[in-house]
Write a protein that binds this ligand. Structure first.
Ligand code: GDP
Length: 441
């Protein structure tokens, strides 16, 4: 996400930061490069022009030029202006006053609407709501089936729509059915077309009129760049959107849509989709995204994911064990599975400051390694798990056989366990505080 743009901006900033003093010409030359980088990332032309002129106005101020670290000040100004361009604050979902609330998802076919409905359902449930999925794409029975499958995968009820029902009837019946099921939020997966057409818009307007949704969200494919922005404008004109969700931000989207959508349409980007899994949805925070783009990492999202995955009680128990040197291989496996719950290791490392795509590609991280580790630990006896010192030659051979690995694998695991003990001890001393110290501002 944004790798190309990040690399280009960092090259510009490196030059600016390298100088003790800056002239107007240095700044103008630097900002010209920033503008080019934005256009290459497919940022809307007018938006790029406006943001550069805002940055320039502040950067050419005397307090920047005279400061001891003018380059750094400019990076801060760019960060501020990028944040503003993307909407400043995170905008939460609007549930309105009515119960049940209903969120209508609209968008073109293939934009990721159905997948996003499943992701949102999971997100809402994690946040204490009781979602109810409603498939309305009666023209494509496969779409109804897809949502039913997703619903049963994540354990969220799905309204039993059929291809014979009329879209508006489905929605009004689904509201009654949601109440019966004890649900408080309907997620309506509307039909999509390959292109915007009158028939589709009329159907969406009719649904809007009949159920008065608390929120209409457009799901658009980030890979389509400025097309996504144009689509958002068209849907907004007819339906008055509450916000946008950009899917496929994990692909090689250049980022232009995320950067321009708020500035062009006035409608906030509320979430981004970052993968095909149901957990791959992130609430969108303009400031965190600006800091990711500028290569400062996204430590806050990282901390949030960590907090979600870590069971505080368990963490306290572990801390006690560590202090008493009773941290066993069983605890090690527990730690690994809670880290795995957070997502792929590469995705997590990618959120940390100063890591770029090239470095990440160079790291030899294989999530399958964890599966191997679990298999090895599972092949140990409880006694071995509690006291790794007894694992010698013949035990190692038995464990390797049992887990379908080699003695070298077992040795490697024992080595990383002892290393992990050291790291965990260090981390526990500083706790989350040490992570927060890594924040750029
Ligand atoms: P719909 O026609 O709008 O309902 O689109 P689908 O939900 O069926 O999604 C179309 C394709 O995009 C599917 O293959 C999804 O797995 C994929 N997809 C959806 N969201 C994301 C995302 O955030 N990242 C990636 N990589 N793929 C996605």
């Amino acid at each position: 996400m944004f790798d190309n743009l990040s690399d280009k901006l960092n090259a510009v900033f490196k030059k600016l930061k390298g100088r003790g003093t800056l002239t107007e010409k240095n700044i103008e030359e630097g900002l010209k490069q920033v503008r080019l980088a934005l256009l290459e990332a497919d940022v809307n032309y007018r938006v790029a022009k406006k943001v550069i002129s805002d940055i320039k106005e502040r950067a050419l101020g005397q307090d920047v030029m005279d400061s001891l670290t003018p380059g750094q000040q400019i990076v801060k100004i760019v960060y501020d202006e990028f944040t503003t361009m993307m909407g400043d604050e995170h905008e939460a979902l609007n549930f309105g006053g009515a119960t049940p609330a209903s969120i209508m998802l609209v968008g073109l076919q293939g934009s990721g609407k159905t997948t996003t409905a499943g992701k949102l359902a999971l997100f809402l449930r994690k946040n204490g709501r009781k979602p109810y999925l409603v498939p309305v794409d009666v023209y494509r029975p496969a779409a109804i089936e897809q949502l039913q499958k997703l619903g049963s995968q994540i354990g969220v009820p799905v309204f039993p729509s059929t291809a014979q029902m009329a879209p508006v009837d489905i929605c009004t019946e689904a509201v009654r059915s949601a109440i019966n099921e004890g649900c408080d939020t309907l997620l309506i997966d509307t039909a999509g077309r390959l292109h915007i057409d009158e028939e589709l818009m009329a159907e969406l307007e009719a649904i809007k009129k009949s159920i008065k949704p608390s929120e209409i969200l457009l799901v658009a494919d980030a890979m389509t760049g400025q097309d996504a922005v144009n689509i958002a404008e068209s849907f907004d004109k007819r339906l008055n959107l509450g916000g946008v969700i950009l899917s496929k931000m994990d692909g090689d989207a250049r980022g232009g849509a995320a950067l321009s959508i708020k500035a062009v349409t006035g409608k906030p980007l509320k979430f981004i989709g970052v993968g095909e899994k149901t957990t791959a949805l992130e609430p969108f925070y303009p400031d965190r995204m600006a800091s990711r783009i500028l290569g400062m990492g996204d430590t806050l999202s990282f901390i949030e994911k960590a907090q979600e995955a870590v069971d505080i009680k368990k963490a306290e128990e572990l801390e006690k064990k560590l202090r008493k040197n009773q941290f066993t291989l069983e605890d090690f496996m527990d730690q690994i599975s809670s880290v795995r719950k957070m997502g792929s290791i590469k995705e997590l490392i990618g959120m940390l400051p100063g890591i770029n795509k090239k470095q990440l590609a160079g790291m030899n991280i294989d999530d399958r390694e964890f599966v191997r580790i679990e298999a090895i630990i599972n092949s140990m006896t409880p006694q071995e798990r509690r006291d790794h010192a007894i694992i010698k030659g013949s035990r190692k051979k038995r464990i390797a056989m049992g887990s379908g690995t080699t003695v070298q694998d077992v040795n490697k695991l024992l080595k990383s366990y002892t290393q992990a003990m050291k790291v965990v001890k260090k981390f526990n001393k500083g706790g989350l505080r040490s992570l927060k110290n890594m924040l750029p501002f």
